[in-house]
Design a binder for this molecule. Structure first.
Ligand code: NG1
Ligand code: ZN
Length: 535
């Protein structure tokens, strides 16, 4: 009987009581030594989720992304490779917080009853993990839950987060018209490399691209992809850097996309030679930041906002060239953290609509789905470009009126295969950026010239109770505590081209204050003043 099996298995994976377990934007993420019981319980929930969805495969990713090596996390992936449905986040939270093994088994049964889940029907779960050593024991906990609930299970071992999303979608679409790709890691490399060749359309990438892999899973996986890539066809010459996954303690240490974005500087090692083209991935390879170090002006960063504007401008041009202008709708989705200059560039220069959503990829992804082409990126470099089935169909079936139209349609088709449709994927996004730069014949400097970022500052503020800070208007305004927003507004008024907002972090026990203004000193001053209001 399941109940006894669940209780017996759960006893091997105790939950540490008294901790604030909450399924947030990053799933459950915390110090790895608290996660054994959590991983077990996430196994139970994913088994339920699969059965609720008629036995479709659910993915579980074990990673703490850019967090320090001692942390880890567990996150559930829905069948099409998107994030777990919102309503289920609260079931996950309740299940993980069950105080005893017996209450856990009871809550599992109660969920099955309420949601009308047939526990004897087949269920299937796949898992992947990043390079953190703690991942191995967490996978064991997960597997024990799946065995106790007689759920089919495949461990894909070490993967980037986007690879696990890719595999989940591939399994669930295999043999259907929407088949996403071969169900294997090699299938992922082959799909990307082939689409990269097709997207370039005979053009060549110039100059070496050095990739800082945060000493995470992106390093070995990028090297693997390169084995399937013929650089004589594309000109792409990649130098894989910071790819030491044998010393766990160096993961995300003074390198990686999060380091570069938050410190606004290049990793200290290896030292970028002046003018070299660089990019950084984060610890699970779902974020991407480009940069170079200019001999005269120093470090220059091209973040998620820049990648979004580059992609949107390129795709809008292809639409014009393909004669699709006005037929299909392109939209750009940002969060409040997007630099105001990027929003202005998209709306005024590219003449495309911008939607602002709350922080968290699931919100951006959802909003992007309402366009034929939805370009979404968080400023921190996490994002992708979604192509609707209608758009993909149009690229394939529209009769081209000229060789130029044919070329544009084929480029669009290839991009839809190159860009990961399930989630932000640093490796896929990097190939997309290289394709666009090659098409435009641009260096990073040319890309940077499109607009000037407003100087900005992001400050983390320790507060007594972050839950007191409630927002409206896609997190751009505080509704509570009362009066706080008025004070912020009064402050912002005193600066030129300024904007500032405060919100509770969804992943840390703190508030974040963002400010931008016409000059560096004004942005810093404004951020500090708003931080003082919030404190
Ligand atoms: P929080 O902690 O809610 O600000 C952070 C990032 C998000 C997103 C999530 C998930 C910033 C300002 N916030 O959210 O963009 O990536 O983590 O990892 O970068
Ligand atoms: Zn990440």
């Amino acid at each position: 009987m399941d109940r006894d099996a669940i209780i017996a298995a759960s006893k091997k994976h105790d939950i540490v009581s008294g901790k604030p377990y909450k399924y947030g934007t990053a799933g459950f993420r915390m110090s790895a030594d608290l996660l054994d019981g959590v991983a077990f319980r996430v196994g139970l929930l994913s088994a339920l989720r699969s059965r609720k969805l008629s036995g479709q495969t659910i993915g579980v990713m074990i990673t703490a992304s850019h967090n320090p090596a001692v942390d880890n996390g567990v996150k559930i992936v829905d069948p099409m490779g998107d994030m777990l449905e919102q309503e289920w986040e609260s079931y996950a939270t309740s299940l993980v917080n069950a105080p005893t093994h017996e209450e856990l088994a009871d809550y599992y049964q109660k969920l099955a009853d309420t949601l009308k889940i047939d526990l004897s029907s087949p269920g299937k779960v796949i898992a992947g993990r990043d390079t953190r050593p703690s991942g191995i024991t967490l996978v064991t906990a997960l597997a024990d839950a799946l065995a106790a609930t007689k759920t089919e299970y495949i461990d894909f071992k070490i993967l980037t987060t986007p690879q696990l999303h890719y595999l989940t979608r591939c399994i669930n679409t295999a043999g259907t018209p929407g088949a996403y790709g071969e169900v294997s890691e090699v299938g992922y490399y082959k799909k990307l490399v082939e689409a990269f060749y097709r997207s370039l359309r005979g053009r060549k990438v110039t100059g070496t691209l050095s990739v800082d892999c945060a000493n995470g899973v992106g390093g070995p996986k990028l090297s693997e992809l390169l084995k399937h890539h013929d650089s004589t066809k594309t000109g792409l010459d990649v130098k894989v850097c910071n790819d030491d996954v044998l010393r766990p303690e160096v993961l995300n240490l003074d390198c990686g996309a999060d380091f570069v974005k938050t410190r606004q500087r290049a990793p200290p090692s290896p030292k970028p030679a002046p003018g070299d083209r660089w990019c950084s991935l984060d610890g699970d390879a779902d974020r991407l930041i480009y940069y170079w170090v200019d001999p005269d002006t120093g470090f220059f960063m091209l973040d998620g906002d820049r990648i979004a504007t580059l992609a949107a401008s390129f795709i809008a041009d292809l639409f014009r060239n393909a004669g699709l202008d006005g037929q299909l709708r392109i939209g750009v989705i940002q969060t409040a953290y997007a630099n105001g200059a990027s929003t202005k560039y998209v709306e005024q220069h590219l003449q495309l609509p911008v939607v602002c959503t709350p922080t968290g990829v699931k919100h951006l992804h959802h909003a992007a789905c309402s366009y034929d082409i939805g370009v979404y990126f968080e400023a921190n470099g996490h994002g992708t470009v979604l192509f609707s089935p209608d758009a993909v169909q149009t690229f394939k079936t529209k009769e081209p009126q000229s060789p130029a139209q044919k070329d544009a349609l084929e480029t669009l088709s290839a991009l839809a295969d190159l860009i990961n449709q399930t989630v932000g994927d640093a490796i896929s996004d990097m190939l997309m950026v290289e394709v666009i730069l090659a098409h435009k014949g641009w260096s990073l400097r040319d890309w940077a010239m499109t607009y000037s970022d407003l100087p900005n500052r992001l400050v983390r503020v320790e507060v007594g109770n972050k839950d007191l800070f409630q927002t409206t208007d896609a997190e751009r305004k505080l509704s509570h505590p009362a009066g706080c927003q008025d004070e912020i507004d009064q402050c912002v008024k005193k600066y030129t081209n300024a904007r500032s907002f405060a919100r509770a972090s969804g992943t840390e026990n703190a508030c974040r204050v963002y400010a931008e203004a016409a000059t560096r000193s004004e942005a810093d001053e404004l951020a500090n003043k708003v931080a003082a209001i919030v404190k």
